[in-house]
Write a protein that binds this ligand. Structure first.
Ligand SMILES: NC(=O)c1ccc[n+]([C@@H]2O[C@H](COP(=O)([O-])OP(=O)(O)OC[C@H]3O[C@@H](n4cnc5c(N)ncnc54)[C@H](OP(=O)(O)O)[C@@H]3O)[C@@H](O)[C@H]2O)c1
Length: 340
């Protein structure tokens, strides 16, 4: 009789990346166990065959049943989108990772696969990136072998950075931007990231290693906004204001988009540094086509529910009195103005 395949644990299964990963693992016949904080909500979000184990990373005793008999776990938990205003997401993510590593060690977990943030480990990096790197270091400390995939902007409906980008363009005909619109980013389609995550399970060459993952193109944020604007038929007019602080622009983003100000501040801070792959070793180990940003955007927008654009229509009419020939409104000209 064929032996039964061991289950794989997904922590963060109800999140933007986790939901898609669970679906793909389940489609591939992998038995999935999901650690979830709200089983009723998770039942609505996840495929029927997935075993839900109620648990909370901040309550370590709840992790034992989830980890029992599991050799491999995906760690996709992240409290940035679920903390209350004023709460320190870095401290929560640090404690959560420490608990996980301790209990995983006790329960004999062999492997962890984690998605961290792309970007250099330099002073001045955003709190968000520093926190993602810190979690990676904590997960590495335990006896389980860590595979870390480092990603920049993940493109897909419902992703926090993606929504911030699209909603800004969708809602603002005129944008006053800090110089981060000249920073470079290498976005990856969520389906491609999930293909890599699933591939890591089968491919032993990924065990215990760290990889940069990105799509086929590198863009400046102004270019990404231009591509989103062209697709929506609503290109935003960008004005570069070098003195605009991340703090101020985060308030602005929080006001205009569904992204809360605290989260926007961390995301905007992260846009000050280039997030580009330093190597593409993962492409040799797990080859396959990667979606370009325009194609990934198209797929995400097709799946996304349309949002009201009343404010944009009203504002567009108001700003139409300003001459487009001035060049102020073109993101690429705006970039040249700041010398990027
Ligand atoms: N989205 C991007 O553009 C992007 C870019 C680069 C890297 N990444 C990385 O990819 C990973 C997944 O990101 P995501 O965008 O999918 O995140 P997300 O949508 O915010 O999902 C976070 C998940 O973590 C769970 N969680 C949070 N705190 C928890 C706790 N204390 N105990 C148990 N579960 C907890 C949440 O559960 P609830 O549903 O109960 O809240 C949710 O399932 C993260 O490591 C992130 O840094 C994402």
């Amino acid at each position: 009789m064929a032996s039964e395949r061991a289950p794989v644990l997904v922590v963060g299964a109800t999140g933007f990346v986790g939901r898609k990963l669970v679906q793909e693992l389940a489609n591939g016949g992998v038995p999935v166990r999901a650690l979830v904080r709200d089983p009723e909500r998770a039942r609505r979000l996840l495929p029927a065959g997935v075993r839900l184990v109620p648990g909370e990373l901040l309550a370590p005793a709840t992790l034992r049943p989830a980890l029992a008999g599991v050799p491999v776990a995906y760690y996709l938990a992240h409290s940035m989108t679920s903390v209350r205003p004023g709460e320190d997401f870095r401290a929560r993510d640090r404690i959560a990772a420490e608990h996980f590593v301790t209990i995983a060690g006790e329960m004999g977990l062999e492997r962890i696969v984690y998605v961290g943030g792309l970007g250099d480990d330099l002073p001045g990096r955003s709190a968000h990136l520093a926190s993602r790197q810190e979690v990676g270091r904590i997960l590495e400390r335990g006896p389980a072998q860590l595979t870390q995939l480092r990603a920049a902007l993940v493109v897909g409906e419902g992703g926090s950075s993606f929504e911030m980008l699209v909603q800004l363009v969708e809602r603002l005909p005129l944008m006053v931007c800090p110089t981060w619109i000249g920073t470079r980013c290498q976005p990856i389609d969520r389906d491609d990231l999930v293909r890599y995550l699933v591939g890591c399970l089968e491919e032993s060459a990924t065990v215990g290693r760290r990889f940069d993952v990105g799509g086929p193109g590198v863009y400046r944020y102004a270019e990404l906004m231009g591509i989103v604007g062209d697709r929506l038929g609503a290109r935003s007019r960008l004005v570069v204001a070098p003195v605009l602080s991340p703090h101020l622009s985060a308030h602005w983003v929080g006001l205009i988009t569904d992204v809360p100000s605290d989260l926007a501040r961390d995301l905007v801070e992260g846009m000050r540094v280039d997030v580009v792959c330093r190597d593409d070793r993962i492409r040799e180990i797990l080859p396959g086509p990667l979606r370009s940003f325009p194609a990934a955007l198209e797929a995400a927008l097709q799946r996304r529910r349309p949002r009201p654009r009343r404010a944009r229509q009203w504002l567009t009419r108001a700003f139409d009195v300003l001459p487009p020939e001035s060049g102020l409104w073109d993101p690429f000209r705006a970039l040249r103005r700041i010398g990027a």
